[in-house]
Design a binder for this molecule. Structure first.
Ligand code: SAH
Length: 251
Protein backbone atom coordinates (compact mmCIF):
# COMPACT_ATOMS: atom_id res chain seq x y z
CA UNK A 1 0.00 0.00 0.00
CA UNK A 2 1.32 3.48 -0.91
CA UNK A 3 1.22 5.44 2.27
CA UNK A 4 0.35 9.10 2.84
CA UNK A 5 0.85 10.78 6.18
CA UNK A 6 -0.47 14.32 6.46
CA UNK A 7 0.47 16.66 9.28
CA UNK A 8 -2.17 19.34 9.47
CA UNK A 9 -4.15 21.62 11.77
CA UNK A 10 -7.28 20.53 9.91
CA UNK A 11 -7.30 16.72 9.86
CA UNK A 12 -11.05 16.66 9.09
CA UNK A 13 -10.31 18.05 5.65
CA UNK A 14 -8.91 14.63 4.62
CA UNK A 15 -9.41 12.58 2.55
CA UNK A 16 -11.80 15.25 1.24
CA UNK A 17 -11.70 15.33 -2.56
CA UNK A 18 -9.45 12.26 -2.53
CA UNK A 19 -12.44 10.15 -1.43
CA UNK A 20 -13.97 10.60 -4.90
CA UNK A 21 -13.51 9.11 -8.34
CA UNK A 22 -10.27 7.26 -9.12
CA UNK A 23 -8.44 8.19 -5.92
CA UNK A 24 -11.47 7.31 -3.79
CA UNK A 25 -11.85 3.90 -5.40
CA UNK A 26 -8.15 3.22 -4.93
CA UNK A 27 -8.43 4.28 -1.28
CA UNK A 28 -11.29 1.80 -0.78
CA UNK A 29 -9.40 -1.03 -2.45
CA UNK A 30 -6.26 -0.35 -0.42
CA UNK A 31 -3.93 0.75 -3.22
CA UNK A 32 -3.10 3.72 -1.05
CA UNK A 33 -3.83 4.70 2.52
CA UNK A 34 -3.90 7.97 4.42
CA UNK A 35 -3.24 8.88 8.02
CA UNK A 36 -3.68 12.44 9.29
CA UNK A 37 -1.70 13.70 12.24
CA UNK A 38 -3.29 16.64 14.03
CA UNK A 39 -0.43 19.02 14.74
CA UNK A 40 -2.38 20.33 17.74
CA UNK A 41 -1.57 17.05 19.49
CA UNK A 42 1.90 18.51 20.00
CA UNK A 43 0.74 21.95 21.16
CA UNK A 44 2.75 23.52 23.96
CA UNK A 45 -0.03 24.52 26.35
CA UNK A 46 -3.54 23.58 27.40
CA UNK A 47 -5.03 26.14 25.03
CA UNK A 48 -3.71 24.10 22.16
CA UNK A 49 -1.33 26.82 20.90
CA UNK A 50 0.74 25.91 17.90
CA UNK A 51 1.79 29.35 16.65
CA UNK A 52 3.23 32.61 17.88
CA UNK A 53 4.05 36.10 16.64
CA UNK A 54 6.94 36.46 14.19
CA UNK A 55 10.35 37.35 15.60
CA UNK A 56 11.27 40.77 14.22
CA UNK A 57 7.65 41.83 14.10
CA UNK A 58 5.24 42.03 11.21
CA UNK A 59 1.83 40.60 10.47
CA UNK A 60 0.59 37.06 10.95
CA UNK A 61 1.64 34.12 13.04
CA UNK A 62 4.34 31.47 12.68
CA UNK A 63 4.02 27.77 13.51
CA UNK A 64 6.36 27.00 16.40
CA UNK A 65 9.44 24.78 16.01
CA UNK A 66 8.81 23.13 19.38
CA UNK A 67 5.39 22.02 18.14
CA UNK A 68 6.18 21.12 14.54
CA UNK A 69 9.49 19.41 15.47
CA UNK A 70 7.99 16.68 17.65
CA UNK A 71 5.13 16.23 15.18
CA UNK A 72 7.65 15.66 12.36
CA UNK A 73 9.64 13.27 14.55
CA UNK A 74 6.54 11.23 15.22
CA UNK A 75 5.72 11.12 11.51
CA UNK A 76 9.29 10.01 10.70
CA UNK A 77 9.22 7.31 13.36
CA UNK A 78 6.06 5.91 11.77
CA UNK A 79 7.27 6.04 8.17
CA UNK A 80 11.06 6.29 8.18
CA UNK A 81 11.31 5.34 4.50
CA UNK A 82 8.90 8.03 3.24
CA UNK A 83 10.24 11.43 2.16
CA UNK A 84 9.19 14.29 4.42
CA UNK A 85 7.86 17.23 2.43
CA UNK A 86 6.79 20.70 3.51
CA UNK A 87 4.38 22.26 1.04
CA UNK A 88 5.64 25.79 0.60
CA UNK A 89 5.65 28.53 -2.04
CA UNK A 90 9.42 28.67 -1.46
CA UNK A 91 9.94 25.03 -2.42
CA UNK A 92 11.07 23.37 -5.64
CA UNK A 93 8.35 23.66 -8.25
CA UNK A 94 6.47 20.38 -8.51
CA UNK A 95 6.50 18.73 -11.92
CA UNK A 96 5.46 15.41 -13.40
CA UNK A 97 8.98 13.98 -13.02
CA UNK A 98 8.97 14.65 -9.28
CA UNK A 99 5.43 13.27 -8.99
CA UNK A 100 6.45 10.07 -10.78
CA UNK A 101 9.46 9.64 -8.49
CA UNK A 102 7.28 10.07 -5.39
CA UNK A 103 4.62 7.70 -6.72
CA UNK A 104 7.23 4.99 -7.32
CA UNK A 105 8.39 5.14 -3.69
CA UNK A 106 6.71 3.79 -0.54
CA UNK A 107 4.69 6.96 0.11
CA UNK A 108 5.07 10.48 1.50
CA UNK A 109 4.72 12.46 4.69
CA UNK A 110 3.37 15.96 4.07
CA UNK A 111 3.54 18.93 6.37
CA UNK A 112 0.79 21.47 5.68
CA UNK A 113 1.58 24.99 6.80
CA UNK A 114 -0.91 27.64 7.87
CA UNK A 115 -0.55 31.33 8.82
CA UNK A 116 2.83 32.71 7.65
CA UNK A 117 4.31 29.23 7.61
CA UNK A 118 6.72 27.30 9.81
CA UNK A 119 9.70 28.41 11.95
CA UNK A 120 12.70 28.05 9.62
CA UNK A 121 14.82 26.21 12.20
CA UNK A 122 12.65 23.13 12.21
CA UNK A 123 12.88 22.85 8.43
CA UNK A 124 16.68 23.04 8.63
CA UNK A 125 17.04 20.74 11.62
CA UNK A 126 14.87 17.98 10.11
CA UNK A 127 16.20 18.46 6.57
CA UNK A 128 12.66 18.84 5.29
CA UNK A 129 12.31 18.96 1.53
CA UNK A 130 10.16 21.88 0.34
CA UNK A 131 7.83 21.56 -2.60
CA UNK A 132 5.75 24.30 -4.22
CA UNK A 133 2.73 23.93 -6.47
CA UNK A 134 3.55 27.10 -8.33
CA UNK A 135 4.20 30.81 -8.04
CA UNK A 136 1.11 31.76 -6.10
CA UNK A 137 0.15 31.73 -2.43
CA UNK A 138 -2.48 29.44 -0.92
CA UNK A 139 -3.92 30.02 2.53
CA UNK A 140 -2.69 26.64 3.69
CA UNK A 141 -0.78 23.53 2.68
CA UNK A 142 -3.90 21.34 2.62
CA UNK A 143 -5.12 22.22 -0.89
CA UNK A 144 -1.56 21.72 -2.09
CA UNK A 145 -1.50 18.32 -0.37
CA UNK A 146 -4.69 17.31 -2.21
CA UNK A 147 -3.12 18.23 -5.51
CA UNK A 148 0.19 16.50 -4.84
CA UNK A 149 -1.48 13.35 -3.50
CA UNK A 150 -3.93 13.23 -6.41
CA UNK A 151 -1.10 13.51 -8.94
CA UNK A 152 0.80 10.65 -7.24
CA UNK A 153 -2.21 8.39 -6.67
CA UNK A 154 -3.28 8.33 -10.31
CA UNK A 155 0.16 6.95 -11.21
CA UNK A 156 -0.04 4.03 -8.76
CA UNK A 157 -0.41 0.66 -10.50
CA UNK A 158 -4.07 -0.31 -10.81
CA UNK A 159 -5.56 3.14 -10.28
CA UNK A 160 -6.16 4.02 -13.92
CA UNK A 161 -7.89 1.30 -15.90
CA UNK A 162 -6.08 1.97 -19.19
CA UNK A 163 -2.41 2.70 -18.34
CA UNK A 164 -1.81 3.86 -21.97
CA UNK A 165 -3.60 7.04 -20.85
CA UNK A 166 -0.58 7.88 -18.73
CA UNK A 167 1.89 7.44 -21.59
CA UNK A 168 0.25 9.96 -23.87
CA UNK A 169 -0.71 12.75 -21.56
CA UNK A 170 0.79 16.17 -20.99
CA UNK A 171 4.38 16.30 -19.74
CA UNK A 172 5.03 12.56 -19.88
CA UNK A 173 6.85 12.86 -23.21
CA UNK A 174 7.97 16.42 -22.49
CA UNK A 175 5.11 17.94 -24.48
CA UNK A 176 1.65 19.27 -23.66
CA UNK A 177 -1.05 16.92 -24.86
CA UNK A 178 -2.83 17.17 -28.21
CA UNK A 179 -6.51 18.31 -28.20
CA UNK A 180 -9.36 15.85 -27.65
CA UNK A 181 -12.77 15.61 -29.33
CA UNK A 182 -15.83 13.41 -29.02
CA UNK A 183 -19.35 13.19 -30.42
CA UNK A 184 -21.27 14.97 -31.81
CA UNK A 185 -19.28 15.21 -35.01
CA UNK A 186 -20.56 18.73 -35.60
CA UNK A 187 -21.25 21.08 -32.69
CA UNK A 188 -22.35 24.69 -33.21
CA UNK A 189 -21.04 24.41 -36.73
CA UNK A 190 -17.60 23.19 -35.62
CA UNK A 191 -16.44 19.87 -37.03
CA UNK A 192 -14.07 17.39 -35.44
CA UNK A 193 -10.77 17.54 -37.45
CA UNK A 194 -11.30 15.13 -40.34
CA UNK A 195 -8.14 13.10 -39.78
CA UNK A 196 -9.53 11.94 -36.44
CA UNK A 197 -12.56 10.37 -38.07
CA UNK A 198 -10.60 8.95 -41.05
CA UNK A 199 -9.75 5.66 -39.36
CA UNK A 200 -6.12 6.04 -40.52
CA UNK A 201 -4.23 5.37 -37.29
CA UNK A 202 -0.81 6.39 -38.60
CA UNK A 203 -2.18 9.72 -39.77
CA UNK A 204 -3.98 10.25 -36.47
CA UNK A 205 -0.71 9.60 -34.59
CA UNK A 206 1.22 12.01 -36.77
CA UNK A 207 -1.48 14.68 -36.44
CA UNK A 208 -1.53 14.35 -32.65
CA UNK A 209 2.24 14.54 -32.44
CA UNK A 210 2.30 17.67 -34.62
CA UNK A 211 -0.48 19.26 -32.53
CA UNK A 212 1.30 18.47 -29.28
CA UNK A 213 4.48 20.07 -30.61
CA UNK A 214 2.69 23.15 -31.92
CA UNK A 215 0.73 23.71 -28.71
CA UNK A 216 3.83 23.27 -26.57
CA UNK A 217 5.86 25.64 -28.75
CA UNK A 218 3.17 28.32 -28.59
CA UNK A 219 2.15 28.03 -24.95
CA UNK A 220 5.24 26.83 -23.14
CA UNK A 221 8.49 27.96 -24.75
CA UNK A 222 10.33 26.65 -21.65
CA UNK A 223 9.05 23.09 -22.14
CA UNK A 224 9.57 23.34 -25.87
CA UNK A 225 13.20 24.30 -25.48
CA UNK A 226 13.86 21.42 -23.13
CA UNK A 227 12.05 19.05 -25.47
CA UNK A 228 14.14 20.18 -28.44
CA UNK A 229 17.36 19.88 -26.45
CA UNK A 230 16.36 16.37 -25.40
CA UNK A 231 15.60 15.20 -28.93
CA UNK A 232 18.33 16.95 -30.92
CA UNK A 233 19.06 13.89 -33.02
CA UNK A 234 15.45 13.80 -34.21
CA UNK A 235 14.56 17.44 -34.71
CA UNK A 236 10.93 18.03 -33.65
CA UNK A 237 8.53 17.65 -36.55
CA UNK A 238 7.19 21.19 -36.53
CA UNK A 239 10.76 22.44 -36.95
CA UNK A 240 11.28 20.24 -39.99
CA UNK A 241 11.92 22.27 -43.16
CA UNK A 242 8.65 21.22 -44.82
CA UNK A 243 6.66 21.79 -41.64
CA UNK A 244 5.21 18.33 -42.20
CA UNK A 245 5.06 15.94 -39.29
CA UNK A 246 7.76 13.27 -39.26
CA UNK A 247 7.06 9.76 -38.09
CA UNK A 248 6.42 9.45 -34.38
CA UNK A 249 9.40 9.76 -32.13
CA UNK A 250 10.40 6.96 -29.78
CA UNK A 251 9.05 7.46 -26.29
N1 SAH B 1 4.13 33.69 4.14
C1 SAH B 1 4.36 32.60 3.26
C2 SAH B 1 3.06 32.03 2.74
C3 SAH B 1 2.31 31.26 3.76
S1 SAH B 1 0.86 30.57 3.09
C4 SAH B 1 5.21 33.09 2.08
O1 SAH B 1 5.00 34.21 1.63
O2 SAH B 1 6.04 32.32 1.59
C5 SAH B 1 0.46 29.37 4.28
C6 SAH B 1 0.79 27.93 3.91
O3 SAH B 1 0.18 27.59 2.69
C7 SAH B 1 2.28 27.67 3.71
O4 SAH B 1 2.92 27.42 4.91
C8 SAH B 1 2.25 26.45 2.82
O5 SAH B 1 2.15 25.25 3.55
C9 SAH B 1 0.98 26.64 2.01
N2 SAH B 1 1.22 27.16 0.64
C10 SAH B 1 0.96 28.41 0.21
N3 SAH B 1 1.29 28.56 -1.09
C11 SAH B 1 1.76 27.37 -1.50
C12 SAH B 1 2.26 26.90 -2.74
N4 SAH B 1 2.36 27.68 -3.82
N5 SAH B 1 2.66 25.62 -2.82
C13 SAH B 1 2.58 24.80 -1.74
N6 SAH B 1 2.12 25.19 -0.54
C14 SAH B 1 1.71 26.47 -0.40
Amino acid sequence: MWRAQVLTLFPDMFPGPLAYSLAGKALKTGIWGIETLDIRRWSIDKHGSVDDTPAGGGPGMVMRADVVGPALDFASSQAADCPLIYLSPRGDRLDQGAVAALASGPGISLLCGRFEGVDERVLEARAVRQVSLGDFVLSGGEPAAFALLDACIRLLPGVIGAPETLEEESFTGGLLEYPHYTRPNVWEGRKIPEILTSGDHAKVRAWRQAQAEQITRQRRPDLWQRYCAGSQAMSPSSQAPTGAPKEERQK
